[in-house]
Design a binder for this molecule. Sequence first.
Ligand code: FES
Ligand SMILES: [Fe+2]
Length: 418
Amino acid sequence: MFRRTVLISFRFAERRYRSSAVAPSARDAYVAEEVQKFCTETPVERATTPPSSWFTDPAIYGLEKRTVFKWNWVAVGRTDQVASPGQYFTGVVGDEPFLVVRDKSNTLRGFFNVCRHHAAILAGEDEGTADAFTCCYHGWTYGLDGRLTKAMRLRGIQNFSARNFGLKPMAVKAWGPLVLVRPDGQEDGTDFETQVTSLKDQLDDLGFTSGLRFVERRRYRVNCNWKVVLDNYLDGGYHVEYLHRNLASNLSIDTYRTDVQELYSVQTCSGSAEDDQSMTRQRIGKTSIYGCVYPNLMINRYGPWLDTNIALPLTHDTTEVIYDYWLAEEFAQTLRGEAELQEFVQTSLTESDKVQQEDTFICERVQKGLRSSAYDVGRYAPRVEMADHAFHLKLASDLKQGIRTDKLTNGITVPCMF
Ligand code: FES
Ligand SMILES: [Fe+2]
């Protein structure tokens, strides 16, 4: 009987994992080994970057989904998308579909966008307005507060209470003009506000929480790992004079400064010294602030513009970057009429798009290089790429914590050197 049980279990296991090249325990040991290849003790002058597997391997991305995109506050949208009761927007963080909604009592709420009956995605639109959410599969209906309010044809069901079958809540918060969610449900585990106070103060001095009008959203799909996008953003302006020649001519690259904090980094740069009233100079202004909040939020405040870039991985090697643009109200009032405003907006968005196309081009080129056997690890320019290094350290801390957690829950034994 015992032998028979073992045999059945073995056959089951064999069938279950036949499609996978590596058995689960070996795969997890491999992930742990790759994570540990990035040595967090080595100073930036001697450090090597994380290995290419961090950017190319679905198993590493799997670990990120269980850690980085689970237990951090992840930027997902804007407060003006949920300004009034009934307004909502949806999306996906890692494997977790979310729904953010302003309920009837004006409370901002976050939920997993998953029907409690048989798991169908509940709200199908990217954004909209609703009185309630009705599942398109069998009609279960939920209030804006997440409660299950209608479920037909359940006569005879036992051990069931509608009270226990509301939408699963997801922690949500507004910060400045942005909305963030945290899928693990911890409201304030990282004390987010305290950690980003100084960044918010700097941004508020130029206009961040108020004084801006939302202009437009653009989405870019980039064929690279999400961290390639962040790495490109965090290189302290290293690439600007080579990749963005037009932009570089309007910036004083030698004024680039980087400040690294626990949860964010800020890069600042002055506009080119020439006093010119061209639209390009007006767009860029005198000071640019490029803030990056771990893990996926980039905030650019320059001239009269604020644009935020939210990087959301779609797979291990594809990323959606959502660009939202706001314009300072005060500046808009100085323009002479709607036609001049539209001209300024369109010229600015065209110039911004050019920079995005250049960044997309290089990120996809880097991803191709990362797949090559010729490349394993890179190096940092120590006085320039400090924010990149800090981003990798933070990432490593989450991934290592994730491995420890996996070891506890799955009983995996992995040689551990940290
Ligand atoms: S899956 Fe939603 S009602 Fe059945
Ligand atoms: Fe760039």
